[in-house]
Design a protein around this ligand. Structure first.
Ligand code: MD6
Ligand code: FE
Length: 209
């Protein structure tokens, strides 16, 4: 269709928006998040500056993203338990690979997923994802539960971000020229969702190691 009022993908340079791409998998994905959290609990990490982040996090796969007084990094062991992070659920990997292909990154296989949980009022200030080894790999981001507004900046923190509303089941694939763009999440508004209750969950699949 040449004039599609409701495109099922929207591509900005380096960012592909796949609305509803994960809708059929929502319930299984939420169950898998709860499984991961049984092995590696959600926790609110501290920034290197000593502030507690408002989103709670956990990880699965070969490494986990961690933040503490020593800085931001990927760690093969969960600092809370001293054990490896839970394995990545098969449904996570399958979805991430399908979405990456839909976003122009066929062949991407994530080695880990960072899972963020936002309760109302929690958000994430503008940041770059630059702790990974391989910037040729994209990031695949899956939203579940309460809606949120994604803030989409540029290569400098000073650029005023665009605001992209995200709903449960929406997927972003992100890489190439935009791989190091600043981005964030506006404070999540209170609400209720049948699968996640009062929370928004976000999965970001990465090639970290
Ligand atoms: C979030 N996401 O949606 C936070 N980073 O909860 C991110 O920080 C993010 O969605 C890189 C690529 C996609 C993302
Ligand atoms: Fe990020």
């Amino acid at each position: 269709m040449s004039q599609d009022l409701f495109p099922d993908t929207l591509a900005l340079p380096g960012l592909t928006y796949l609305p509803g791409f994960a809708l059929g998998d929502e319930a299984d994905l939420v169950r898998a998040v709860l499984d991961v959290a049984q092995g590696a609990a959600f926790r609110r990490m501290k920034t290197p500056g000593g502030r507690e982040m408002s989103a709670a996090m956990t990880n699965c796969g070969a490494a986990g993203w961690v933040s503490d007084a020593k800085g931001y990094r990927y760690a093969r062991l969960d600092p809370l338990s001293g054990a490896p992070w839970p394995e990545m659920p098969a449904i996570f990997r399958a979805l991430a690979e399908r979405a990456a292909a839909a976003g122009g990154f066929a062949g991407f296989t994530p080695d880990m997923a960072l899972i963020n949980r936002y309760e109302p009022g929690a958000g994430m200030s503008l940041h770059q994802d630059i702790d990974e080894q391989d910037f040729s790999a994209p990031i695949v981001s899956v939203s579940l539960g309460l809606p949120a507004v994604f803030l989409w900046g540029g290569l400098s923190r000073a650029e005023k971000p665009a605001r992209l509303p995200l709903n449960s089941g929406d997927v972003l694939v992100w890489g190439g020229v935009a791989r190091k763009f600043f981005h964030g999440i506006a404070p999540v508004k209170a609400g209720a969702h049948s699968l996640t209750g009062t929370a928004r969950l976000n999965l970001t699949f990465r090639r970290a190691l």
